[in-house]
Design a protein around this ligand. Structure first.
Ligand code: ATP
Length: 391
């Protein structure tokens, strides 16, 4: 088991044109990784999420040694492995497509790397036994079968087994569940979680699926355009996003954003949106930060999570400050966990509120409703640099 440390990794992909000058070659290149710094602790599972094309797979390949980098260093513990070849790094990788050897039964797929090194049969047997125990119930029954006779989920288990059997010090998983159907995905996810816990090997797990990342990871890293925007536990990045991108990316449905200008009236700060006419008196506990950042007269982005917006049922809690607004329900959608997404039109904004569906007199599509949002749940970002001020 090793920790992983990335220091200032830069990776560009160049267009394959023969007669480009150095300068135009560089300017037409794709900057897949843009000065990445990352620490993965020993035994930790780090989930990597981000929009398509943001560099997740490239990041994994760099850790694995499958992509050459232009700048930066890769360390496993304190050992600089930047120049080591993939097979010298002792990593286990499972990709989206499980490249099993099609002409060998599952058992031989596991044993193959040892056979070519001429390990004694008894030691190979021991390793297979250990792997089968780690992978749990039903795995042994798969060992005698050819890959073509296995389901996607079973192939995936064999691929995991082939990784584990080599006792890697680092485990790299790239969307390993994406070809499974929804039900099997959740089942296999639980299985992988158990394995990771039992095996407690340092793991980097790339996925499109946020709920998968949350379920499996100790911490998550959110990437955008070759950069890491924030790293933390899900609770941290959900509750305290560092910028507008992370706030909008983490959480489903996405955070709602409204634009306000910060003004001052009778020595108190107020956020005003001249178009929607919305106004928020800034709670005292936010004032200092906004003044320190010299935001008066500047534009702010105000973030509200859908699940924090509620229908106003005449709450008169004077202690709590609310943003109250009236919006039209344009559509609604029931969720499997017995909630309702309300698609709202408020002035020129389209907002989403996720509410508990328990009210008999639940409003219908087309109706106008009063809504409230507790200000203490609000996030404020600087519109210009997109960084969080209150988060
Ligand atoms: P996805 O979620 O769609 O799998 P990703 O986040 O894993 O995407 P990468 O595959 O790492 O993204 O790609 C990062 C960027 O580098 C993309 O713009 C991609 O087009 C580009 N890229 C990746 N591999 C190559 C390559 N071999 N040649 C040229 N460009 C590449």
């Amino acid at each position: 088991m090793s920790s992983i440390r990335l220091e200032g990794i830069v990776k560009r992909f160049y267009k394959e044109k023969l007669f480009l000058s150095e300068k135009s070659k560089k300017s037409s290149a794709i900057l897949a990784l843009d000065h990445i710094y990352l620490d993965v602790k020993e035994g930790e599972t780090l989930g990597v999420i981000g929009p398509t094309g943001c560099g997740k797979t490239t990041l994994l390949k760099v850790i694995a040694g499958l992509e050459r980098i232009e700048e930066g260093r890769v360390y496993f513990d304190d050992k600089d492995v930047t120049k080591l070849r993939p097979r010298e790094r002792n990593i286990g990788m499972v990709f989206q497509t499980y490249a099993l050897y099609p002409h060998m039964i599952a058992r031989e797929n596991l044993a193959f790397p040892f056979r070519i090194r001429r390990w004694p049969e008894s030691v190979i047997d021991e390793r297979i036994e250990f792997t089968a125990q780690t992978l749990g119930v039903g795995f042994k029954e798969l060992l005698g079968r050819m890959p073509r006779t296995l389901s996607q989920g079973q192939k995936q288990r064999v691929a995991l087994g082939r990784c584990i059997i080599r006792n890697p010090s680092v485990f790299l998983l790239d969307e390993p569940l994406s070809s499974l159907d929804a039900k099997l995905r959740i089942k296999t996810r639980t299985e992988i979680k158990k394995i990771l816990r039992k095996f407690s090997v340092t793991t980097v797990y790339v996925t499109h699926d946020q709920s998968e990342a949350v379920a499996l990871s100790d911490r998550i890293a959110i990437m955008r355009e070759g950069r890491i925007e924030q790293v933390g536990t899900f609770e941290e990045v959900y509750a305290h996003p560092a910028n507008i991108f992370v706030a909008g990316f983490v959480g489903n449905p996405s955070m709602n954003f409204l634009t306000f200008t910060l003004g001052e009236k009778n020595k108190r700060l107020v956020m005003v949106d001249p178009v929607s006419d919305a106004k928020i008196e800034v709670p005292q506990e936010w004032e200092r930060k906004l003044r320190d950042k010299k935001m008066i007269g500047k534009d702010l982005i105000f973030g509200m999570r859908p699940e924090d917006i509620r229908l106003d049922e005449g709450i008169k809690d004077r202690k709590e400050n609310f943003f109250r607004f009236r919006a039209k329900i344009e559509d609604k959608e029931f969720t499997v966990d017995n909630k309702t997404h309300l698609f709202l039109k408020f002035s020129y904004y389209r907002l989403i509120a996720t509410v508990e569906d328990h009210n008999k007199s639940f409003p219908a599509i087309g109706e106008e409703v009063n809504l409230i949002f507790p200000l203490k749940k609000g996030k404020i970002f600087n519109k210009k640099n997109e960084l969080a001020i209150i988060s």
